[in-house]
Every structure is written in C-alpha cells, then in structure tokens.
Design a protein around this ligand. Structure first.
Ligand code: DX5
Ligand code: ZN
Length: 233
C-alpha cells in the first residue's frame, strides 16, 4: 500500500465564486479535493449539493472526496455518484440500521467508487467494527461537524489508533482519514496517530497566502511519510 500521507484540502472556507481558482491553489500538491455537503438538519449549517460537486468535476481531475453531513444519505448517494464523486463518506450517526449501512456501502462500491463511514468526536469507534471489512476508508472527525476553523479535539485521535489496530487484527490495512482543526502546528501529532489522509480547510484557504501554506503542508507531509515508512519497515 502507498504510505504517502495524503492531503485533502477542504474547500469549505474557500471563495467559491471562482472554482477554478480554488482548485488551482492546491492542484499541484493535493491528492484529493474534500467537499463538505451539509443539509442544515444533520448539522446546523447548509452548504451545497450535487450541482456544485459536478461543477468541481468539470474544473479538476483531482479525485473528489465527498463528505456527506446529511440525515438521509441513501436518498442522495446516487446523485453524488452521477455528479462525479470518487470517494463518498456518510455518518454512522445518520443511519440507524446496520442493513442500510451495508446497502449504502455496496451502492458506492458497486459504482467503482470508494465508500467511507464517518464518526463524530464523541462517537465511540466500536460502532464501526461490523463494517471494517467492507468500507474502503473511515473518516474520524476531530471537530463537531458543521463548520470550518474550529479547534481540534485531540482526544479523538486515539480512535485512529484503535481503528487501525482493529482493522489490522482482521488482516486489513484500512485507510483512515482525519478531518477538523488540522494545521501546521498539529500535523505531526495527526500523522503519528496513524492517519493516512489529512483534511485541511481553513489552515489553507483562510491564510493570506493559501498556495504557500499548501506547499509547506505538502513538504511536511512528505517528510512525515518517510518517517512513517521507516517506522513500519
Ligand atoms: C467540518 C468539515 C471539515 C472542515 C475542515 O464539518 O467536515 O471538512 O471543512 O475545516 P478546518 O480544517 O478548518 O477544520
Ligand atoms: Zn469534511
């Protein structure tokens, strides 16, 4: 498996009046583009839907990582697949039946796309255990979902370790993504927890020189990747 730490800039705090510019800032250094979909019900904020995902699809070849913070993901997953999403994750807290969670994972995977389950900072990792064999990735929130620019809840990183360990016990090297409050100061701590994909929003897009920050983050992640490789071999 590729051990390079992946950078997924979140456009939540970017100026969406010019999508090409939003993409340009990170295109050379990002592995994925993280798009936060909020419905005003599951979280107290409202963002965008499949139309905007489709618009991003037209302006970039970066894989689109669509994070659904919506209360009925099953209703909309097909629409996001049609819009060009490559990775789709939905919240464990949003769907109560295990059967439905499995079905939604299958819908995404059967389209050849990556399926992820997300847990909020206060949700124990145990709820993910029945799905560790079927999901392509897990997304651990390190802030309460809904807004960019919040401070990280570092305790949530313990779940990254627990999930990686539980998956390893099942013979899987499961990809874990972390989202919320990541910046240049705490990057190392996030990587050391075993994270594979780092979502970074306002640290890039709210900075006076977003491109410079994105380039520095890429450099730092590459260094940490080398360290991670050495540790694991
Ligand atoms: C929060 C979103 C995050 C957010 C991250 O609900 O899921 O993706 O954009 O932004 P920062 O990096 O500012 O916490
Ligand atoms: Zn997100």
């Amino acid at each position: 498996m590729d051990k390079r730490l992946q950078l997924a800039p979140s456009v939540l705090n970017a100026d969406l009046s010019d999508l090409r510019k939003v993409v340009e800032v990170v295109e050379d250094v990002a592995d994925l583009l993280h798009l936060d979909v909020m419905d005003g019900v599951f979280v107290p904020n409202l963002t965008f839907g499949p139309l905007v995902v489709k618009a991003f699809r037209r302006v970039t070849d970066l894989p689109l990582d669509v994070h659904l913070m919506i209360s009925r993901p099953g209703l909309f997953i097909p629409r996001f697949l049609e819009a060009g999403a490559d990775w789709i994750s939905f919240h464990l807290e949003a769907v109560s039946s295990r059967e439905e969670i499995r079905q939604l994972i299958d819908v995404i995977k059967n389209s050849g796309k990556k399926a992820g389950l997300v847990i909020n900072p206060e949700t124990p990792a145990d709820g993910l255990l029945p799905f560790l064999d079927s999901v392509d990735f897990v997304l651990v929130m390190t802030v309460s979902p809904g807004f960019g620019g919040q401070n990280m809840v570092p305790e949530a990183l313990d779940k990254v370790r627990a999930i990686k360990k539980a998956a390893r016990a099942r013979g899987r090297d499961l990809m874990v993504e972390v989202d919320g409050g990541i910046n240049e100061d705490n990057l190392r701590m996030v990587a050391e927890a075993g994270t594979d994909v780092l979502v970074i929003g306002s640290a890039i897009y709210a900075a006076p020189k977003p491109r410079e920050v994105a380039e520095r983050l890429r450099g730092a992640l590459d260094l940490l990747s080398t360290w991670k490789c050495r540790k694991e071999t």
